[in-house]
Design a protein around this ligand. Structure first.
Ligand code: ADP
Length: 266
């Protein structure tokens, strides 16, 4: 079923992209770039939703703790975003691919005209064979009254993007193998769920929040993302980002992580 996926959105979290000390995990970023370059060479259309800007900004200044002050967070996001794109740009260039930065705010996608513009940009970039790398525009978006004017986490942003561009598949690479029937951070005895057909109350009951200080939404926002995309006819897989090349195995139909089966493709 996933083998035929042509348009794929891949989301990576900060915990996949950075080490515990906040510095960038270059080995993983390189594996991610190689994997995506392979997909693009195989005529897949890929969009990468990448977190990590604040984490990378923190790493640059050797900060161990996320700053509390809003302006400081925004400054780190601006510094880190630039560094993040610089690294992606060089890694993808090594594999003969070009990247483009797309920064979005919630307001951009709530407005019909802006939404069309964003969609056209994605389509044109993919027509050029360029990889759009998406992140929330933290400089504009970070809000004291969280979640009113922002996506707040890239799980939701990646779902909204996947729906917007009518992707076939959204792959969320996380620091965990998939959805378990209990939070593995707190329960030793828990089972990986390999397929979810309906995101009902039982499934929602499995999920808790983020696992590490570098994580963002935890499983709760991932299930929210799964609901958005499956209802829009997009399949979704949550898998471990430890080795980003697992994406290739997922597309070969291997049973990796948790698959959320889409409703009828619209
Ligand atoms: P990332 O940004 O890498 O995706 P998050 O911390 O946002 O990381 O989300 C993954 C974390 O969600 C896991 O490490 C785990 O601690 C937590 N979690 C909560 N409930 C569950 C569950 N039922 N199954 C799996 N992980 C869960």
């Amino acid at each position: 079923m996933l083998k035929s996926a042509k348009r794929i959105v891949i989301k990576v979290g900060t915990s996949t992209l950075t080490h515990d000390n906040g510095k960038m995990n270059l080995m993983r970023m390189d594996r991610l770039a190689l994997t995506i370059a392979e997909l693009m060479n195989d005529n897949k259309e890929v969009v990468l939703v990448s977190s990590g800007a604040i984490g990378v900004g923190m790493g640059k200044f050797n900060l161990r703790k996320r700053p509390e002050v809003m302006g400081m967070k925004q400054a780190l996001a601006a510094i880190g975003q630039c560094e993040l794109m610089n690294i992606y740009s060089r890694l993808f260039a090594a594999y003969n691919h070009t990247v483009a930065q797309v920064l979005l705010t919630k307001a951009d996608l709530d407005d019909e005209v802006k939404k069309m513009n964003v969609m056209n940009t994605f389509n044109s970039l993919m027509e050029f064979g360029v990889l759009p790398i998406v992140n929330e525009n933290d400089t504009v978006s970070i809000d004291e009254i969280k979640h009113l004017n922002m996506f707040g986490d890239n799980d939701t942003l990646s779902a909204v993007v996947a729906k917007l561009i009518s992707a076939d598949l959204l792959i969320i690479l996380s620091d965990i193998d998939g959805l378990y029937d209990k939070n593995p951070g707190k329960n030793k005895e828990c089972n990986l769920i390999s397929i979810v057909e309906d995101i009902d109350d039982t499934v929602l009951g499995y999920a808790e929040g983020k696992g590490t200080s570098r994580g963002t939404g935890g499983m709760i926002t991932k299930l929210g993302a799964a609901k958005i995309v499956t209802e829009a006819g997009v399949n979704m897989v949550i898998a471990n980002g430890r080795d980003p090349a697992a994406v290739l195995d997922i597309l070969e139909g291997e049973n990796i992580g948790t698959l959320f089966v889409r409703k009828e493709k619209k």
